[in-house]
Design a protein around this ligand. Structure first.
Ligand code: ARG
Length: 580
């Protein structure tokens, strides 16, 4: 790692080991008023080793070799105050600038299926799907950058009872009709039309009966029903793609692994659970009763794996996903990026999968399933975001609106550009603002959707960061230099140069943390800090007008900032406009 904290942490831990023979002791690095950082380990260790903290600190110091990094001083009751040298920072920066990964470590490769987005066929994606899509996509990009083998799994809802009525409706309107097109343009309208026929009593319920029979035919894989069902999935895929490409999300058809793909496994899953003694009949249904899960009046909570009518539901399919991902895909870790409201569902699924032995590999090691809980997007009234009339919000409307509002911002800031140029920027800024507003909040926290706040050019917003990159690009245009070629030695002299350089060195450690903790908001927070550090630097230090070699040094620092901002925004799935 290039960052000061990682390097110092290792050095202090090593010193503690050589001083006291204790390995893996936390150096307790904390911000210091008088130095870059202070290590407080001696205070925590004193009791354990039976010495006073100041002595302990002095002993650690005797074993601590920081000659190449900086200077250290014992102070107060037993702090080790550490100041890194300008020279060390310069050398670390040179490594970062020359590194194609910009200091992002290549971790030991793990196989990680990531379940995200997962909209439902013939239903509009709602803002909940927006979040699982954006957060999931940022996580896959980050994990891949850290060197992992990521397998995207788009667990679309493409199976189950509503499909009887949907197929029946499609059959009636015809696959080439404008109504069928609604599946790709306005899925809710298609769904509601089918629903209206289903609910209608005008025909004495004949239509509803046909729809119910259709489900049975579909589940029995009757060729005509399957064929129409496939057509319907095709139409819906058109809709998913439109949203994914508008959102600049990396999911493709190859990543589709919907509920229907597990159909053939479900009976076997139930059999296996029965054989293992995990599933038992209860009130006609087949249930697993995970240990320690109780409902009202302390009654054990069931995970229903086969309903009393013989049908399988969401729980059975998810047991199939976890088994498949652990055993067939060879996962080391499995991420489910799904709404927080499904926390109990996943806890029970994880329990059952573990009890069934599906999470234990041949060598005895364990596969770790993780539910990355996604919070809600709220309206100004603090309730789940809806239209004024209370209808679910159309995601495509929301995105169009963001781009249009961004267009107004760009029209004001860049009247000099052509309409086409402005349209490109407006799209990047509009979509970027929505994604950043989402990613800058911890994934399990709710937030209030507010166009004006997310589109603001100041504060912790996407457009602020995009603007920071565009501004740097314009500096290089003025200098008639290619920023990727600026690789001169950086002299760290001014305080703002030092702050900016130390921030740049933290990039790799930050990305590692985002992957390890599934926390894209930490990257967002980091990039915001970096952009602010750049602004302070640029306010205090002339770049283009500085004398050589300061000018080259500062241009390299500026170029490194651009590279990191651009790369970091890329991991969030946000494009940075060339100009803004
Ligand atoms: N389709 C579901 C929904 O819209 C989400 C599925 C999430 N993934 C999973 N493996 N359960 O709520």
């Amino acid at each position: 790692m290039l960052d000061a904290a990682s390097v110092l942490s290792d050095r202090v831990s090593a010193a503690i080991e050589s001083a006291f023979g204790l390995s893996g002791v936390d150096p307790v690095l904390r911000p210091s008023q008088f130095a870059d950082t202070q290590a407080n380990a001696a205070l925590a260790l004193a009791k354990r080793i039976g010495r006073n903290p100041r002595e302990a600190a002095a002993t650690i110091n005797d074993h601590l070799d920081l000659s190449d990094v900086g200077t250290v001083e014992v102070s107060g009751p037993g702090f080790l105050n550490i100041t890194v040298s300008a020279d060390w920072i310069s050398r670390q920066l040179a490594t970062l600038v020359a590194d194609e990964h910009l200091g992002v470590p290549q971790q030991e490769r793990r196989t990680i299926p990531v379940d995200y987005s997962a909209p439902n066929v013939a239903k509009e994606m709602h803002v909940g799907h927006l979040r699982t899509t954006i957060v999931g996509d940022s996580l896959v990009r980050t994990l891949e950058t850290l060197g992992h083998h990521v397998i995207r799994q788009n667990h679309i809802g493409d199976w189950g009872t509503p499909f009887g009525m949907l197929i029946e409706h499609l059959l009636e309107v015809g696959e080439d009709s404008p109504e069928a097109d609604l599946l790709a343009t306005d899925p809710n309208a298609f769904y509601q039309a089918a629903r209206a026929k289903f609910d209608s009593t005008d025909d004495g319920g004949a239509w509803a009966t046909r729809a119910r029979e259709r489900v049975v035919k579909l589940q029995a894989k009757e060729p005509e029903s399957l064929e129409i069902w496939r057509g319907m999935i095709e139409h819906s895929k058109g809709y998913f793609h439109r949203i994914y490409s508008a959102l600049d999300v990396t999911l493709t058809d190859d990543d589709l692994a919907g509920e229907s793909t597990y159909d053939a496994q479900l009976a076997g899953i139930c059999e296996e659970l029965i054989e293992l003694g995990l599933a038992v009949e209860s009130e006609g249904a087949l249930c697993v009763f995970p240990e320690g899960f109780t409902g009202r009046e302390g009654k054990p909570l069931p995970l229903i794996v086969r309903k009393s009518d013989g049908g399988y539901g969401y729980a059975t399919t998810d047991l199939a996903t976890i088994k498949h991902r652990a055993q067939t895909l060879g996962a080391d870790e499995i991420l489910y990026v799904v709404g927080a409201s499904q926390a109990l569902h996943f806890k029970m699924i994880f329990w059952a999968a573990k009890a069934a032995g599906w999470l234990t590999r041949a060598d005895g090691s364990e596969v770790t399933p993780i539910h990355v809980q996604i919070g809600s997007v709220l309206g100004e009234d603090g309730k789940i975001l809806r239209t004024r009339s209370g209808a679910p919000l159309r995601l495509s409307w929301l995105l169009d609106e963001a781009v249009e509002k961004a267009g107004a911002v760009v029209a004001q800031s860049r009247p000099d550009l052509s309409d086409d140029e402005r349209a490109v920027i407006a799209r990047q800024v509009g979509i970027g603002s929505v994604k950043y507003a989402d990613l800058s909040v911890a994934h399990d926290t709710d937030y209030v959707f507010d166009f004006d706040r997310m589109l603001a050019l100041t504060g912790n917003t996407g457009p602020y960061l995009q603007y920071a990159t565009a501004r740097i690009r314009s500096i290089f245009r003025k200098a008639e230099l290619d920023p990727t070629q600026a690789r001169d030695a950086v002299a760290v002299v001014e305080p703002t140069e030092r702050v900016l350089a130390l921030a740049l060195l933290r990039y790799g450690a930050t990305v590692a943390e985002v992957g390890d903790l599934q926390a894209p908001h930490r990257l967002a927070g980091y990039l915001f800090e970096l952009a602010q550090a750049f602004t302070s630097f640029y306010d205090a230090c002339p770049v283009l007008t500085a004398d050589e070699p300061t000018r080259r040094s500062r241009l390299t620092l500026t170029a490194a900032t651009l590279a990191v901002l651009d790369h970091g925004l890329g991991l969030l799935g946000i494009q940075a406009p060339e100009q803004m």
